[in-house]
Unconditional design. Structure first.
Length: 391
């Protein structure tokens, strides 16, 4: 729908076609059907061993959904009786399996946030470098939207995440002896799963869609603490162009709508991080509008916010430190040249270090974006019914 907005505003589709997309944009129950954040994390937790292999893959309206809901309840009670807790199942190697699954399916960049948070809760040491290390040796084998051709229900029909696990096991990229919530190892789970003959969704290793995984971690003078770029479906590995700076997502969206963004630009959206947003909003309006306007291949976008799993294109998120913490992204000015080199894992502002330091020395924290209403309460951490509904 966001891509249709961009296409309509750019004059690429007529009003009738735009309305037709709008009328059919919510086809049924369940999570969005691509390998977006919901399905990325559902499959990641199967690979982590915390969800029975294949159960999360079942589409919302499939009759088996009711069956596995009932079986899930039985399994939970059995685990309680056994005293088998999550921390007795999950290890660092389990997290490496989960990350490999994300990379092999070209999953959402939000998996970095969620798996890092999960690992911290488990007391497992996990760093963003682990994602990059695993990505460099993990091929993309699942041809899934938003960058590929197939949807989550089609992947389920093709054998689901277990078949992806088979590919990883075959490539010696899976720690097969790690336990799962069913009591069987991850290797036992994936070996037992059938693979329909002739399925086209999950490719054999010899026909992998990419030799490396769908996510990379970049550093540089713009992201000394690191940032995340999604590579799934990406054909280019470098971009250099002038910065177009916006302090809020909505302003960037309006610039795209009015045709002010040109090929080769680097859109910079800052003050959208956890502190600046507040809450690290996702930039789906902007990334979708770029694709719809036909700028997805020629424009780069970087932000200290995050992206929807539906995002595709040359998009960089999670820049650390964020602008609200006086990060270098706060020093970028319109027209500055920004260089992105994925193979070297670099994101750099082509401005002398002394000038960046001088700009940051004059930096002043912006006023809070929301001073009244539900957003202000959310930012202040006030828990009430309306804020709960928002979150």
């Amino acid at each position: 729908m966001f891509e249709a907005i961009g296409a309509y505003n750019a004059g690429k589709i007529p009003l009738e076609q735009f309305k037709d997309v709008e009328d059919h944009a919510c086809p049924g129950a369940g999570a969005c059907g691509g390998q977006f954040t919901a399905n990325t994390m559902a499959t990641a937790y199967e690979m982590l061993g915390m969800s029975p292999m294949g159960w999360n893959d079942i589409p919302a309206v499939d009759p088996r959904k009711e069956e596995v809901a009932f079986e899930s309840g039985k399994l939970v009670m059995e685990l309680v009786r056994q005293g088998l807790t999550p921390r007795k199942i999950v290890t660092r190697k389990s997290f490496e399996n989960s990350i490999a699954g994300v990379m092999a399916t070209g999953g959402s960049t939000n998996a970095v946030l969620h798996l890092m948070a999960t690992a911290r809760d488990f007391g497992v040491k996990l760093a963003i470098e682990d994602f990059d290390r695993i990505s460099r040796k993990t091929p993309v084998v699942a041809d899934l939207k938003p960058w590929g051709n197939y949807t989550a229900p089609e992947m389920y029909d093709a054998g689901g995440m277990a078949v992806v696990g088979k590919r990883l096991l075959e490539a010696s990229l899976l720690h097969g002896s790690e336990k799962t919530v069913t009591g069987r190892t991850i290797a036992e789970e994936v070996k037992a799963a059938p693979e329909p003959a002739g399925q086209q969704v999950i490719k054999p290793l010899a026909k992998a869609l990419k030799s490396e995984g769908g996510i990379a971690i970049l550093r540089g003078n713009l992201a000394p603490g690191g940032c995340v770029i999604k590579l799934s479906g990406q054909k280019k590995y470098a971009h250099r162009g002038p910065a177009r700076v916006f302090e809020v997502e909505e302003d960037a969206f309006q610039a795209i709508k009015k045709g002010k963004i040109k090929p080769n630009d680097v859109i910079v959206i800052r003050y959208e991080g956890p502190k600046g947003g507040p809450g690290m909003r996702e930039m789906l309006h902007v990334s979708g509008a770029l694709q719809g306007a036909g700028l997805g291949e020629s424009v780069a976008l970087m932000t200290d916010g995050r992206f929807s799993g539906a995002t595709h294109g040359f998009m960089i998120g999670h820049i650390v430190p964020e602008a609200a913490e006086r990060g270098p992204i706060a020093a970028v000015r319109n027209g500055d040249t920004i260089s992105i080199d994925v193979k070297k894992r670099r994101l750099d502002l082509e401005v002398p270090a002394g000038e960046i330091k001088k700009r940051l020395a004059k930096w002043k924290a912006p006023k809070p974006r929301f001073t009244t209403g539900v957003f202000a309460k959310y930012a202040a951490g006030v828990a009430d019914a309306s804020v709960g509904a928002y979150t």
